[in-house]
Ligand binder design. Structure first.
Ligand code: ARG
Length: 426
């Protein structure tokens, strides 16, 4: 039978398992449909779920093996750091904590698939989101021969039907029909969707937030934090050396306690849908703000402005699933070069939802008090400004004269201005 022959090829499926409803149902569904071994792999990028418990559940549902790959440090050093150096914010808002986690997950899944001799990788993404694209495009880039299955996209069950399926087959799931939100976490951001948030007018209720305190609950006194950078990499916090991963965790706590890092974003998905996304990203927002500020201090104006163009392209292509693309690699090489002088310290004040940079210093600072001061000691050559303005404005002056001539006013002809109309225009 054709079907059997096809099924035989899938003697092993490696499933990207999150522990949630979709992928829990998927273990059973894949087992039944293909009659083959399903290996559940969870990649730990700092989600706060109990992953050990998720593994136990995977096995109880029917996974032949269940693995957790701890990729938190690699995530911070190789995925968050390049994104931070490029001040990556999709549409100026979202620090891409989900988008940068997917390519790393795929890298780990592909490694595991090779290790277990699985020729098929399955994921639990739906057909409406960006993550299906990120997963599949990354698999295509890293393992072009790998077969890809997206059961959640193919089986056509509603959430309620999935829950019924789970009940029918004794699948333990950590959610009920009432669980209103869809959450995705990495150490870089926590994304919250669904439920009441689907109404873009509705203010997010306090219960969607877990990492950040609201205005009412946050401390009434500000807190200062000093972040040290070396060539664009955060290396110290309040003077003490710290691994990036630890710093992110710490800043999520400290800045989250002051309510910093809440984001409410009408987002343009790659698949053409506008969605309302709520995020919590205290560490990301503080680190990006500090990094941007230090760059302003040490970079020439043209480099700084050009880099912003690159940053937007870079954020877009990460969002759009092209982490493993040649363009991303090339843009990253540019960004890396720009970081040579991004060394110094930034001081921020955290208070009632805001993180404000209040001081910065760097051995590469291009800020020159003798040039910028309005007080004694001013070394700027004021007389040079006159000649500069003559040259700078010359094209506009010439253009204006020519335009007046073409409009029939004739170059050099006077425009009548009476005293009355001149004062009336004031
Ligand atoms: N909109 C974000 C992105 O595409 C986050 C998606 C998070 N997923 C979720 N189930 N909440 O990167």
């Amino acid at each position: 039978m054709e079907g059997t022959a096809h099924n035989k090829e899938k003697d092993k499926i490696l499933l990207a398992y999150s522990g949630g409803l979709d992928t829990s149902v998927a273990i059973h569904w894949l087992n039944e449909k293909y009659g083959c071994e399903v290996i559940a792999v969870t990649v730990d990028v700092g989600q706060s779920d109990d992953l050990k418990d998720a593994m136990r559940r995977a096995k109880s549902i029917g996974a032949s093996r269940a693995w957790v790959v701890d990729a938190k440090k690699e995530f911070a050093d190789n995925y968050v750091l390049p994104a931070l150096k490029a001040n990556s914010l999709y549409e100026g808002n979202y620090p891409l904590g989900t988008a940068i986690a997917r390519p790393l997950m795929v890298a780990k899944l592909v490694d595991m698939a090779k290790r277990f001799g699985a020729k098929t990788i399955a994921h639990g993404c739906t057909g409406k989101g960006n993550d299906q694209v990120r997963f599949e495009v990354s698999i295509m880039a890293l393992a072009p021969d790998m077969e890809i299955l997206a059961p959640t996209r193919d089986w056509g069950m509603t959430r309620e039907e999935e829950i019924a399926y789970a009940k029918e087959h004794g699948i333990p799931v950590p959610v009920t029909v009432e669980a209103p939100y869809s959450i995705d976490e990495s150490v870089w951001s926590r994304a919250i969707e669904c439920g009441v948030l689907e109404d873009p007018w509705a203010e997010p209720p306090e219960d969607v937030f877990e990492w950040t305190k609201g205005m009412d609950g946050s401390p009434d006194a500000p807190e200062y934090v000093e972040l040290g950078f070396e060539q664009g990499k955060p290396t110290t916090m309040n003077g003490s050396p710290m691994e990036l991963l630890d710093m992110i965790k710490k800043l999520n706590e400290i800045a989250g306690n002051h309510g910093v890092g809440r984001i409410d974003h009408i987002e343009n998905r790659l698949v053409g849908i506008k969605s309302r996304e709520v995020y919590e990203a205290p560490a990301a927002m503080v680190l990006i703000k500090a990094h941007q500020d230090l760059e302003s201090l040490v970079m020439t104006k043209d480099l700084l402005h050009y880099k912003k163009i690159v940053e937007q392209h870079y954020a877009d292509l990460i969002y759009n699933g092209l982490w493993f693309s040649p363009l991303k690699e090339a843009l990253e090489a540019f960004v890396e070069k720009t970081q040579e002088g991004v060394t110094g310290t930034v001081r921020l004040k955290l208070f009632k939802g805001s993180a404000v940079v209040v001081g910065r210093e760097s051995p590469y600072s291009l800020y020159n008090t003798a040039l910028s001061t309005y007080a004694k000691g001013d070394e700027f050559d004021h007389s040079a400004a006159k000649g500069f303005i003559y040259v700078w404005g010359l094209p506009l002056k010439v253009g204006s004269i020519v335009k007046a001539g073409a409009n029939g006013n004739g170059a050099g002809s006077e425009v009548a201005v009476t005293e009355e109309s001149a004062s009336a225009g004031k």
